[in-house]
Design a protein around this ligand. Structure first.
Ligand SMILES: Nc1nc2c(c(=O)[nH]1)N[C@H]1C(S)=C(S)[C@@H](COP(=O)(O)OP(=O)(O)OC[C@H]3O[C@@H](n4cnc5c(=O)[nH]c(N)nc54)[C@H](O)[C@@H]3O)O[C@H]1N2
Ligand SMILES: Nc1nc2c(c(=O)[nH]1)N[C@H]1C(S)=C(S)[C@@H](COP(=O)(O)OP(=O)(O)OC[C@H]3O[C@@H](n4cnc5c(=O)[nH]c(N)nc54)[C@H](O)[C@@H]3O)O[C@H]1N2
Ligand SMILES: [Mo]
Length: 765
C-alpha cells in the first residue's frame, strides 16, 4: 500500500483513545509509576503547573483534570532517558545534525553542563563555574551590550524571567526576542489599541455563563485539551459554539470527556461546535466584518419597525470611540468583497450573526489561526469591534479571550520580558534598584535574526526554546547562529538549536517544572506562573532532578549575571537562594503584585486585575476603540487563486507534538500515522493537479526576494479544507516561511499564510 500512512480518524477527541495514548506514553517514558504519581500533582494547589498549555485551572473541583497532551508534556519531562556526556562523546555534532527533531529529543534529559569542542566536533562536560566565567567574560568583551540577543521561551517562571530581564537591563540592553513575537504578539498589540490592555478579559467562570462562544482559528482538541471540557459543559447546557476554522478539526466536532464516567462507559461523545464555518486562510477579518454588517442590517430593521435597538447603545455612548467611523467602514465594505475574501457565503455569515444577536453573553476566543497572518492586528481589532456592538466585554459571561500558548508566556511579558518596555516600568526599576536602565528599544525575534544575519549580533543566549527551528527561514537562521561569538542554551533536552555552535558554545541543563527545586540548605523553592485568564499561581515540582548536576533556571541566570555585571547592585546568589526575595522585587516594581508572597500561597493563587474587564480603558482616547480601517486589499489565498499551481499554506501542529518537540509521528485526530511530511489538500485540488493521495512533491515558497525555499518530498493527504488552502506541520515547513513576510505592527512571521507551489511530483511508489 502506498498510502498506508493515511488511516482512520478518531471518531471523537478525548475518550479511550486519549487514555490509551497516555498509558503508552507513560510506558515509553520508562517511569510508568512515578510518572502516574507525578500526573496527580499537575495543576494541583500543592503541585506544579502543567507545562502543557496556558489554559486556566478551575477555581473549584480539586480532583485531577485529565488531559492527554498534559500527560505527554509531563512524561516527556519526567522520562528516565538521559543525554549524558557519554552520549555526546559518542556522537559528533555533525552526526547529531542528521537526526530529526523527534530522534534528537528522544535521547532524553541533559545531565551536565557542556561546552563545544571544535577540534573533536563534540560537546564535552565542563564545570559550572568555568561556564559562567567564560560567558561573563565574552559578554563583557563585546563592543556594545546591544550586540547580544537574549531569547526567552514562554515556559520560564516569573521568577526566572524577572531575574533575566533585570540582569540583561543592568548589562545594558533591551534585546529580548521572545517566543511571543511568533505567537500572540498581534493579540497584545491589537488589544492594547482597542481596550488598553494586551490580555484577555475573561475568567474561566465566564465560560459557565456565556450563551455563545466563538472559537476562531484555534484547535483546542490538540493544543488546549482542557478547554474542551469547558466547551463541552457549555455545549451541554445549550450554549452555542460557533467555530471558524478552514480545517475540520475533530476536537471541535465531538469530544468524549475522560472525566465523565458515563460517557466513557457508553463510548458516547458530546458535539462541541453547533456551527462550523470554514473560511479560507486569512479570511477571518472579512468574516467578522460580514457579521457586523449583518448585525447593523438587523438593527436598522428593528429600529425601522419601531423596536428597541439590537445594539448596546448605552455601552456605545458611554464607553466607545469611533463607532460612527466603524459603521461607515463596514457600510463601505461590499458583500462581494466579504464573500471573496472570507471564502464564506453571505448566508453563512448571516447565520453566524444571528447566533451573536440571540446571545445575551458572548465570549470570543482565538489563537494562531488569527495571529499568524499579515493582517492579524486589524483582524483582532475587528473582532473587538464586533464584540463592542452589543457590549460583550467587561460583564459576566462575555469578553475577549486570546488563548495563550506556552504555560507562562503571558507571565514572562508581565514581569518584563519586553523589547519595548513601558517607560513606567523602567522608571520603577531605576527607582527601586538605583541604577539607570537602557531606554533604547531592543530587538524582537525578527530584529534579532536581522542582526545575526548582518553580523551586528555576536552573542545569543536562550532561556529555553528552540530558536533556530521555531523561527522562519530556519536554514538561514541556522547559518547565522554558527557565526556567533557565543551561543548559550539553557535547556532540558537537546534540540537542533544546540547543534549550530558558534565560536564558543554552551548547553546548560536546567531543572524542569516537575522537579524539586532545592536551595543549598535543602529548602524547596516555589515558582509562579500566569495563565491565559491572568491567574497567578504557585508551582513546585515533586520529582527528584533528572541529574544531580542540574541547576534551576534562576540559579543559572544568577551565575551568568554575577559573572557579567557583578554584585554591586544586586546580590544574585541571595536571590537564587530564596525566590521570595525575587518576588519582593517584583512586588516593588510591577503593579498588581501587592502581597505577592502571601497571595501566591493561597490554593489557587490570585487574579491580576484587568482594567478592561472593569470597563476602564487605558487607550489613547480613553475609550474602547473601534477599528476604522479597510479589509486588506487582498490575502494570500486571493492572490493564489489568480495563479496556476499556487496555494496558500498554513503550518500547524499535529496531535503528537509540542511546538518543535515531536512526541510521535501520528496525528490520530486527522488520521495520519507514522508520517509528518504531509500536505493536507482538498480532493478537487488534487484532481486538478492530476495527483493522488500519497504522491510526493517538493513544496516551493513563492516569495519575491530571490531566495530559493524548498521543502522536499511531502505527501498529499486529501482533506476537508477549502480549495486553494493547504496545511502541513511546523517545524518541518519552517524553511518555507520567508523572514520578510511579517504581520503589520506585530512583526509576527506569517506562518499561517505562505504562498507556495508544487514541483517535481512523483507518483506514490
Ligand atoms: N499539545 C500541544 N499543546 C500546545 C502546543 C503544542 O504544540 N502541542 N503549542 C502551544 C503553543 S506555543 C500555542 S501558541 C498554542 C497553539 O494553539 P493553536 O492556535 O490551536 O495551534 P495550531 O496548531 O497552530 O492551530 C491553529 C488552528 O487554526 C486554524 N487556522 C489556520 N489558519 C487559519 C485562518 O486563517 N483562519 C482560521 N479561522 N483558522 C485558521 C488551523 O486549521 C488550526 O486548527 O498551543 C499551545 N499548546
Ligand atoms: N511555522 C511555524 N512556526 C512557528 C509556529 C507555527 O505555528 N508555525 N508557532 C510559533 C509559536 S506559537 C511559538 S510559541 C514558537 C515556539 O518556540 P520555542 O518556545 O522556542 O520552542 P519550543 O519548541 O517550545 O522549545 C522546545 C525546547 O525547550 C526546551 N525546554 C523545555 N522545557 C524547558 C524548561 O522547563 N526550561 C528550559 N530552559 N527549557 C525547556 C527543550 O530543550 C525543548 O527542546 O514557535 C513559533 N514558530
Ligand atoms: Mo505559542
Amino acid at each position: 500500500m502506498t498510502t498506508n500512512f493515511i488511516g482512520k480518524k478518531s471518531a471523537a477527541a478525548g475518550g479511550w483513545g486519549a487514555l490509551k495514548s497516555c498509558g503508552k506514553r507513560l510506558l515509553e517514558s520508562g517511569a510508568p509509576l512515578s510518572g502516574a504519581r507525578t500526573l496527580l500533582k499537575a495543576n494541583q494547589p500543592d503541585g506544579f503547573d502543567c507545562p502543557g498549555c496556558a489554559w486556566g485551572d478551575p477555581e473549584h473541583g480539586s480532583s485531577f483534570e485529565f488531559c492527554e497532551n498534559g500527560v505527554k508534556a509531563v512524561s516527556w519531562e519526567a522520562t528516565e532517558k538521559r543525554a549524558t556526556p557519554a552520549f555526546f562523546a559518542a556522537h559528533t555534532v555533525s552526526a547529531l545534525k542528521q537526526l530529526s527533531d523527534y530522534e534528537l529529543e528522544l535521547n532524553g534529559r541533559l545531565t551536565h553542563p557542556m561546552r563545544y569542542d571544535r577540534a573533536s566536533d563534540r560537546y564535552l562536560p565542563v564545570r559550572w563555574e568555568e561556564a559562567f566565567a567564560e560567558i561573563g567574560a565574552i559578554l563583557k568583551s563585546l563592543d556594545s551590550p546591544n550586540r547580544a540577543e537574549f531569547y526567552t521561551s514562554g515556559r520560564a517562571s516569573n521568577e526566572a524571567a524577572y531575574l533575566y530581564q533585570l540582569f540583561v537591563r543592568l548589562y545594558g540592553t533591551n534585546n529580548f526576542p521572545d517566543c511571543s513575537n511568533m505567537c500572540h504578539e498581534a493579540s497584545g498589540v491589537a488589544l492594547r489599541q482597542a481596550i488598553g490592555v494586551g490580555k484577555g478579559t475573561v475568567l474561566l467562570e465566564d465560560f459557565e455563563k456565556a450563551d455563545a462562544i466563538f472559537v476562531i482559528g484555534q484547535n483546542p482538541g490538540t493544543n488546549h485539551p482542557r478547554m474542551l471540557g469547558d466547551l463541552r459543559r457549555a455545549s451541554l447546557r445549550g450554549a452555542e459554539i460557533v467555530v471558524f476554522n478552514p480545517v475540520r478539526e475533530k476536537g471541535l466536532e465531538r469530544f468524549s470527556d475522560p472525566q465523565d464516567k458515563l460517557e466513557m462507559l457508553h463510548g458516547g461523545s458530546t458535539s462541541i461546535a453547533s456551527r462550523y464555518f470554514q473560511p479560507r486562510l486569512g479570511g477571518d477579518m472579512a468574516a467578522v466584518r460580514g457579521m457586523s454588517k449583518a448585525v447593523f442590517a438587523a438593527d436598522d430593521a428593528a429600529l425601522a419597525a419601531g423596536l428597541p435597538s439590537l445594539l448596546d447603545r448605552a455601552f456605545l455612548a458611554e464607553h466607545c470611540a469611533d463607532f460612527d467611523a466603524y459603521r461607515a467602514a463596514v457600510d463601505a465594505t461590499s458583500w462581494e468583497a466579504i464573500e471573496d475574501q472570507s471564502g464564506l457565503t453571505r448566508a453563512e455569515i448571516e447565520e453566524a450573526a444571528q447566533v451573536y444577536l440571540k446571545a445575551e453573553r458572548v465570549i470570543c476566543t482565538w489563537a494562531m489561526g488569527v495571529t499568524q497572518h499579515i493582517h492579524s492586528v486589524p483582524t483582532i481589532r475587528e473582532i473587538a469591534s464586533f464584540m463592542f456592538l452589543r457590549g460583550n466585554i467587561g460583564r459576566p459571561g462575555a469578553g475577549l479571550c486570546p488563548v495563550r500558548g506556552h504555560s507562562n508566556v503571558q507571565g514572562d511579558r508581565t514581569v518584563g520580558i519586553n523589547e519595548k518596555p513601558p517607560a513606567a516600568f523602567l522608571d520603577a526599576l531605576e527607582q527601586h534598584f538605583g541604577v539607570a536602565m537602557p531606554r533604547e528599544e531592543g530587538h524582537n525575534v525578527l530584529a534579532a535574526i536581522g542582526a545575526m544575519l548582518d553580523g551586528t549580533a555576536e552573542a545569543f543566549i536562550a532561556l529555553g526554546g528552540n530558536f533556530a527551528r521555531a523561527t522562519p527561514d530556519s536554514r538561514l537562521v541556522a547559518e547565522a547562529m554558527g557565526r556567533m561569538k557565543l551561543t548559550v542554551n539553557i535547556a532540558t533536552k537537546p534540540n537542533h538549536s544546540h547543534l549550530m555552535p558558534g565560536e564558543v558554545s554552551y548547553i546548560l541543563p536546567c531543572l524542569g517544572r516537575t522537579e524539586m527545586d532545592l536551595n543549598s540548605k535543602g529548602q524547596s523553592q516555589l515558582i509562579s506562573v500566569e495563565d491565559s485568564m491572568s491567574m497567578v499561581h504557585g508551582s513546585a515540582g515533586i520529582n527528584r532532578p533528572a541529574s544531580p548536576h542540574l541547576k534551576s533556571e534562576v540559579a543559572i541566570l544568577a551565575g551568568i549575571a554575577e559573572a557579567t555585571v557583578g554584585n554591586a547592585n544586586v546580590n544574585w546568589q541571595e536571590l537564587a537562594e530564596d525566590y521570595d526575595l525575587i518576588r519582593r522585587h517584583i512586588e516593588a516594581t510591577i503593579p498588581g503584585f501587592e502581597d505577592f508572597n502571601t497571595r501566591l500561597r493561597k490554593p489557587r493563587g490570585f487574579h491580576l486585575r484587568n482594567s478592561a474587564a472593569h470597563r476602564e480603558w487605558n487607550t489613547p482616547k480613553g475609550k474602547a476603540s473601534f477599528y476604522t480601517g479597510t479589509l486588506p486589499s487582498e490575502t494570500v489565498h486571493q492572490r493564489a487563486a489568480r495563479g496556476e499551481n499556487r496555494f496558500a499554506l498554513q503550518t500547524f501542529r499535529s496531535h503528537d507534538q509540542y511546538n518543535t518537540t515531536v512526541y510521535g509521528l501520528d496525528d490520530r485526530y486527522r488520521g495520519v500515522y507514522g508520517e509528518r511530511q504531509v500536505i493536507f489538500i482538498h480532493p478537487e485540488d488534487l484532481k486538478a493537479l492530476n495527483a493522488s493521495a500519497g504522491d510526493r512533491v517538493d513544496v516551493v515558497s513563492e516569495y519575491d526576494d530571490g531566495v530559493e525555499r524548498v521543502a522536499k518530498s511531502f505527501r498529499f493527504v486529501p482533506y476537508d479544507i477549502p480549495r486553494g488552502s493547504i496545511a502541513g506541520y511546523y517545524p518541518e515547513l519552517n524553511v518555507l516561511v520567508p523572514l520578510g513576510s511579517a504581520g503589520t505592527e506585530s512583526d509576527t512571521p506569517t506562518s499561517k499564510s505562505i504562498m507556495v507551489s508544487f514541483r517535481n511530483r512523483r507518483q506514490a511508489a
